[in-house]
Write a protein that binds this ligand. Structure first.
Ligand code: SAH
Length: 234
């Protein structure tokens, strides 16, 4: 096993099917990753299994109480040999990226905490040393989708997970900028033809064309990703 992942959530049923399907499911079957989902509610001690409470200072909504989350982290830390890197899904965190995925893919053990409602009691962050990571500047109702996004982006980078490792290199963000446009059969669809060069069999020419198209699209849609823009920023 190369990576162990624990996820703490109030809604295991919302994420388990996704984790067990397709590439993530196969990665687990192959024994490359082990993913365990824990129900936050099982870390409560009171008879009502309370996970949330009103915010101190007033205001709308509910806040996830610190005890169950803290207990979940301590429990996972105590029964696993490796020390997990604790990640709190949060819109207030640093932005997730392909670079971050590469960094997480080097780890042995990741532990994702999924927030809900108005978020989690701040002391959870202080006490567990959790790193807050956001998947973008918008608000979701919970951290489940964010955890799935990060898990999928990370796991596919671990050697052995994808059938064809080369495909990673053809993706956007592998180098600078976006990837090239892709075409498959049929050669003509609804009157639109596949660019001639792709049928030429001339690999050097094809590479050059792909590079040019990728750069054009990056310049049009995400100019800030081009090396020139990056140099300026530094
Ligand atoms: N009141 C909070 C938002 C809470 S949203 C705030 O203003 O910052 C509820 C939970 O959903 C969060 O605790 C977090 O776990 C998750 N979440 C929402 N948006 C997210 C995002 N962009 N990235 C990662 N997690 C997010």
């Amino acid at each position: 096993m190369k990576l162990r992942i624990d996820v703490v959530t109030l809604f295991p049923q919302a994420i388990e099917p996704y984790l067990n399907a397709s590439i993530l499911g196969k990665a687990q079957e192959k024994g490359i990753v082990k993913i365990k989902v824990h129900n936050l509610r099982s870390f409560t001690l009171d008879r009502y299994k309370t996970v949330d409470d009103y915010p101190f200072g007033g205001g709308p909504g509910m806040v996830l109480k610190p005890e169950p989350l803290w207990r979940a982290v301590k429990f996972i830390e105590s029964y696993t040999v490796s020390t997990p890197r604790v990640i709190l899904t949060s819109p207030q965190g640093s932005l997730f990226s392909q670079e971050k995925a590469r960094e997480l893919a080097q780890e042995e053990h990741l532990l994702f905490l999924c927030g809900r409602y108005q978020g989690v009691d701040e002391r959870v962050i202080t006490l567990t040393g959790a790193e807050e990571i956001s998947i973008g500047d918008y608000i979701l109702s919970g951290g489940e989708l964010a955890a799935l996004v990060m898990i999928e982006a990370t796991v596919r980078l671990i050697p052995g997970v994808l059938g064809d490792e080369e495909s990673i290199k053809a993706d956007s963000f592998y180098k600078e900028g976006l990837g090239p446009p892709q075409f498959t059969r049929p050669r003509v669809f609804q009157g639109l033809e596949v660019p001639e060069v792709l049928l030429s069999g001339n690999h050097a020419l094809i590479e050059e064309w792909r590079k040019k198209k990728a750069e054009e699209k990056t310049a049009r849609i995400r100019p800030e990703l081009l090396p020139v823009a990056k140099d300026k920023k530094e």
